[in-house]
Structure formats: structure tokens, C-alpha cells
Design a protein around this ligand. Structure first.
Ligand code: SAM
Length: 281
């Protein structure tokens, strides 16, 4: 890298409470030549709150690939750029990936400035295992695709983190209940760091009823943290096999259902029979 090349700073901004900006972020905003932002009007208001006025460059999902080339040219001309998103950490369900990849390919220095991220903030307060987790972003908007995605996560033992919107939260919980079962424990973290911050954990069926009781509870921005399957509870019997057993016991005596599932999935009949006695009857 020559001395004339600019630096790309990836700067996290608050997810609600404006006091959650870092001192380093404010210093970098003052030093850079240009701020690349998703919504320049929204970010203009944010930065004017901190008394910062800088030229903006619009970089959003649908123009990122093309605009990233222009930004790389500017960086190569020695211009220093801060990338921000509407809220939280850029690139996390937000634009920036193509730009960062291009910068790294042509050896432009990329400096990350850590700060707020809704997924991590929600996880920290959820009380669900935080030692191993996966971030799945937004689930698909349509029920079929959403259920397919959830099915693909049936065996997931790690904690799962999703972003969800106010319009889809109830449909989404219905699908989680259908695919993962009504007893799956999850936490809804809504409006984190804002006035109506609510962090509520329960079995999916109970959480859905709680939301249905008061439409205000479905409003705002939200993160869902879902507990992974607890294999040790069921002697390592896969959740697919448990699901099959659950379906079959609705139609057949447990003994018969356990025998069929044992045959299909290669478990011992007794193991499944015992599981059925303990959890399904
Ligand atoms: N890059 C951001 C981050 O670091 O968290 C996420 C951007 S994504 C487009 C926006 C989604 O993040 C929202 O729909 C919501 O699911 C989640 N989110 C953002 N702010 C939130 C908040 N204050 N409380 C709960 N969820 C939030």
C-alpha cells in the first residue's frame, strides 16, 4: 500500500440510544473526507446530533456492487472514507460486504470500529447459551420458504439469532411453533436501548399468545433468540425422529409409532418408547 492510499473505516453507530456512539467513532467522523451511508438523510440527522458535517455518498443494497467500484477509486486517490449503516454495525444485514471485499482485494487498508449490533446486544441479555451461536439474519418473508429455512435448522444445537420485522413476527412465531414444536424456548428482544425496550422469554406458543394479547407488543424493531436443540435430553435422538414420533402418536399407539420410527431412523424401539412416555404422552 502506498502512502497516498486512503483508509476505509467501518464504523458502528447506535441502534437506538444515541449515547451508544463511541468516542473513537466521533474522532474518525471528524477526520475522514467522506461518509458512505445507506440513507444519507437519516445519517445526516444522526451526525448533526453529534455536531458533525461531512459530505455523504449513498451506498445501499441495490447499488452497492457498482458504487463500491467508485468508492475504491476514491480510496486509491487518497480519500479516507467512513462506512456507516442506518443503525448498528455495517455489513450485519446491511450493505458493505462488496466494498470491504474489493478493498481487501486491492490492498486498501480496512479499519473496523466496534460498537452496537442488535444481534449481539440481544444475545447478551437473553439468558440463552452464548458460548456457541449462529446468526441467520432475516428469515424469508413467505411462509413456505420460511418453513424450509427453519426445517434446515431443526438439528441446530447452537443458539440461533434472527432479525424480524413488526409485520411478520406473529406469522414467524407460528412457523417456528409448527417446525420446532410449541415447547421451543426463545427470547424476543424488542426496541433494545430505546424507550419501549422489552426482553421477553418463553416457550414459542406462550410467547405468541402474549404478543396476541396486546398488538403494541409486536411493534418496533426486534431480534429473536432461539435455543438450539438439547440433544442430551433425548439420548441423542434426532429432532427429525422426534418430529416423526410426534406425528405418528397422533394416529397410532405409542408402541407402534416407536417401532416405526425406530425402523426408519435406526434407533432402539425401547429408547423411542421411553422418550414418548416421558415427553409425548
Ligand atoms: N446492522 C444492524 C445491526 O448491527 O444490528 C442491523 C440492521 S438490519 C437492516 C435491522 C434489523 O436489526 C431490525 O429489523 C431488527 O431486527 C434489528 N434491530 C436493529 N435495531 C434494533 C433494536 N434497537 N432493537 C431490536 N432489534 C433491532
Amino acid at each position: 500500500m502506498n502512502n497516498l492510499t486512503g483508509t476505509l473505516y467501518i464504523v458502528a453507530t447506535p441502534i437506538g440510544n444515541l449515547q451508544d456512539i463511541t468516542q473513537r467513532a466521533l474522532d474518525i467522523f471528524s477526520q475522514v473526507d467522506l461518509i458512505a451511508a445507506e440513507d444519507t438523510r437519516h445519517s445526516g440527522l444522526l451526525l448533526s446530533h453529534y455536531g458533525i458535517k461531512k459530505p455523504f455518498f449513498a451506498l445501499h443494497d441495490h447499488n452497492e456492487q457498482h458504487k463500491a467500484d467508485l468508492l475504491v477509486e476514491k480510496l486509491q486517490q487518497g480519500i479516507n472514507i467512513a462506512l456507516i449503516s442506518d443503525a448498528g454495525t455495517p455489513l450485519i444485514s446491511d450493505p458493505g460486504f462488496h466494498l470491504v471485499r474489493k478493498c481487501r482485494q486491492v490492498d486498501i487498508k480496512v479499519v473496523p470500529l466496534p460498537g452496537a449490533c442488535a444481534a449481539i446486544t440481544a444475545l447478551c441479555a437473553s439468558g440463552i447459551a452464548s458460548d456457541r451461536f449462529c446468526f441467520e439474519g432475516f428469515l424469508p418473508a413467505k411462509t413456505k420458504a420460511r418453513c424450509d429455512k427453519l426445517e434446515s435448522l431443526l438439528e441446530e444445537q447452537r443458539t440461533m439469532i434472527f432479525y424480524e420485522s413488526t409485520h411478520r413476527i406473529l406469522d414467524c412465531l407460528k412457523d417456528i411453533e409448527k417446525v420446532f414444536g410449541e415447547d421451543r424456548y426463545l427470547v424476543l428482544a424488542r426496541e433494545i436501548t430505546k424507550t419501549w425496550e422489552t426482553i421477553k422469554g418463553d416457550k414459542v406458543s406462550a410467547l405468541r399468545s402474549w404478543l396476541e394479547e396486546d398488538p403494541n407488543r409486536t411493534k418496533g424493531e426486534m431480534v429473536l433468540i432461539i435455543e438450539g436443540i438439547q440433544k442430551q435430553d433425548n439420548n441423542d435422538i434426532s429432532s427429525q425422529a422426534i418430529k416423526a414420533l410426534k406425528l405418528l402418536v397422533k394416529e397410532l399407539p405409542l408402541k407402534k409409532a416407536a417401532a416405526i420410527v425406530a425402523e426408519l431412523y435406526g434407533y432402539k424401539k425401547n429408547e423411542l418408547y421411553q422418550l414418548g412416555l416421558e415427553h409425548l404422552e
